[in-house]
Design a protein around this ligand. Structure first.
Ligand code: GUN
Ligand code: FE
Length: 426
C-alpha cells in the first residue's frame, strides 16, 4: 500500500457545512501524498500527467466514520433483538464476548468482521473489542491489514459482568490495560488504542480512578456509553449516589472530554440539561446510534437540539445493538427516527435532513480523527466511489437526488472503490 499522487474523476459530493452539499459533476478530485489537494473542473497544469481513475458517472464522496461499534458482537447481529439493553447485555452480549478468551474463535470471528468493514463505505471507526488483551491485539492486527483507520479499545469491566466475562478487580483490569497500551501504542500505522471503560455499571470507582491516571499518562482518547436507556440511568444513580447526573460519573475521574482527553460518548438519548452543558463545555463527541436505539427500545435522541447547541456529533452503527454495519443505513435511520420524534414527541425539533445526516457521517464524526471527512485541500484523502448505474430510472436525476436515493436504499453493492489517507483499498 503506497501513497501516490493521482486523481479520481466523477461526480464529487461532499459537505461544505451542516446544511450545504458541495457538488461537482465531471470533476477531478486530487490526492497528493495521502492529502486532498482539491476538486477541479479540469486537471490543473501542476498535475498534468498524473494517473487518473475515471469513474464515469459514479459518485465520489468522503469515506464515512463509524463512531461507535462493538467488533465482537458482529457475530450475533440481527439475532435476539426483542430485549431491552440490560437484559440484552446479560443474555446475548456478555455470553458472546466471553468466547473471545479463545483465540481460535477470536481469529475466526474478527477476520469476518474486518473483511466486511473493509468492503463497507466506512474509512474510520472507533471500535470496542472485549476485555481480553490477546484477542484485542489480534483484532488490531487484522484491522491494520485492511487499511481502514481505527481506534480500538480493550474493554474494562470489573463489576456486574458475567462469571465468564469480568476482570478480577480494579488492579487486574488496570494492569492489563497498561500492558495492552504499551504493546499497541506504537507499531501500528492505521490502528491506535482508545481507553474503553464499558459503562459506569461495569466499572468500579477504583477502576475508573486508575483509568483516569492511565489516560493522563498516555494521553489516550476515551470512549464509553452515556444515558442510553432509562433502566441503565436509574442504575447509575444508585451506583453513584455522589453524582447528580450520569456524565459526572465519568467526569469525576477525568474521563469526560476536555483539553487532553478526546472523548466519544455513545447514545446520549436521555441527557439532562446539566449533562448537555457539560458535554458542550468539554467538547465531548456524541455517537448517534439510531438503529440500536430502536432495536433495544432505548428511545430517540434529540439530535436536532444537539446540532443547534453546536455539539460534536457523528453516527455509529453500534453493532450489535444496531444490526447493520452500513453507515448509509445509520443515516436513513437517523432521519426516519427524527421524523417519528418530531411527529409523536416534540414538534419543536424539526426532522433531520439529508444534508445534516451526510455531514454527521462524514465531516461530523471524521473530525474526531483530525482533518477527516471532507474534500477541502489539506484534509486526509478518504474517498468512496459509488456506482448507481444499475439503478434504472425513467427520468434524469440530479446528483443530490442520486445521493439521497443511495442513502435511503442503503445497499452496499454500489460501493465500487475506497481510499483511506490516499491508500487504495479497492
Ligand atoms: N452499554 C454497555 N455495554 C453496551 C453494549 O455492548 N451495547 C450497547 N448498546 N450499550 C452498552
Ligand atoms: Fe455500544
Amino acid at each position: 500500500m503506497t501513497k501516490e499522487t493521482f486523481a479520481l474523476k466523477g461526480t464529487i459530493i461532499w459537505s461544505e457545512s451542516l446544511t450545504k452539499l458541495s457538488i461537482h459533476e465531471n470533476a477531478y478530485l486530487i490526492c497528493e501524498n495521502g492529502i486532498c489537494a482539491g476538486v477541479f473542473p479540469e486537471l490543473p497544469d501542476k498535475f498534468a500527467g498524473i494517473p487518473c481513475r475515471d469513474t464515469g458517472n459514479s459518485i465520489i464522496i468522503p469515506g464515512f466514520t463509524d463512531l461507535h461499534l462493538h467488533a465482537p458482537q458482529y457475530s450475533f447481529r440481527s439475532i435476539g433483538m426483542d430485549l431491552e439493553l440490560l437484559e440484552w447485555l446479560d443474555t446475548l452480549a456478555f455470553p458472546e464476548e466471553s468466547k473471545y478468551a479463545d483465540m481460535e474463535y477470536a481469529k475466526k470471528a474478527y477476520s469476518i468482521f474486518a473483511e466486511d468493514l473493509k468492503q463497507s463505505a466506512t474509512t474510520r471507526a472507533s471500535i470496542f473489542a472485549t476485555l481480553h488483551v490477546p484477542a484485542t491485539v489480534q483484532l488490531m492486527k487484522l484491522l491494520e491489514e485492511t487499511g481502514v483507520h481505527a481506534l480500538v479499545g480493550k474493554v474494562n469491566m470489573d463489576r456486574n459482568g458475567a462469571p465468564s466475562l469480568q476482570e478480577k478487580d480494579a488492579d487486574t483490569s488496570a494492569a492489563a490495560t497498561r500492558q495492552w497500551v504499551e504493546e499497541t501504542l506504537t507499531g501500528f500505522q492505521n490502528v491506535k488504542p482508545i481507553l474503553t471503560p464499558r459503562f459506569t455499571p461495569s466499572c468500579s470507582d477504583e477502576l475508573m480512578k486508575q483509568l483516569g491516571q492511565i489516560q493522563k499518562d498516555y494521553h489516550l482518547p476515551v470512549q464509553s456509553h452515556l444515558s442510553e436507556n432509562l433502566g441503565e440511568i436509574a442504575w447509575v444513580k444508585e451506583l453513584c449516589p455522589n453524582t447528580s447526573f450520569y456524565g459526572e460519573a465519568y467526569d469525576q475521574f477525568g474521563l469526560f472530554g476536555g483539553e487532553d482527553c478526546p472523548t466519544i460518548m455513545a447514545h446520549c438519548v436521555h441527557c439532562p440539561e446539566e449533562e448537555i452543558e457539560l458535554m458542550k463545555k468539554r467538547g465531548v463527541y456524541i455517537a448517534h446510534c439510531s438503529q440500536s436505539n430502536s432495536n433495544l427500545s432505548s428511545g430517540i435522541a434529540p439530535i436536532r437540539r444537539y446540532l443547534e447547541e453546536g455539539l460534536h456529533i457523528g453516527l455509529g452503527s453500534d453493532i450489535a445493538g444496531g444490526t447493520s454495519l452500513s453507515i448509509f443505513r445509520a443515516m436513513s435511520d437517523a432521519i426516519q427516527t427524527s421524523k417519528l420524534r418530531w411527529r409523536l414527541l416534540d414538534d419543536s425539533l424539526k426532522p433531520l435532513t439529508v444534508e445534516e445526516v451526510f455531514y454527521m457521517a462524514t465531516a461530523g464524526g471524521g473530525s474526531f480523527f483530525g482533518k477527516v471527512g471532507c474534500f477541502t485541500p489539506g484534509y486526509e484523502f478518504d474517498a468512496v466511489i459509488l456506482d448507481d448505474s444499475t439503478l434504472l430510472h425513467p427520468q434524469p436525476l440530479s446528483p443530490k437526488q442520486r445521493l439521497e436515493r443511495l442513502i435511503y436504499l442503503s445497499d452496499d453493492r454500489h460501493i465500487k472503490g475506497k481510499y483511506v489517507s490516499g491508500v487504495k483499498l479497492f
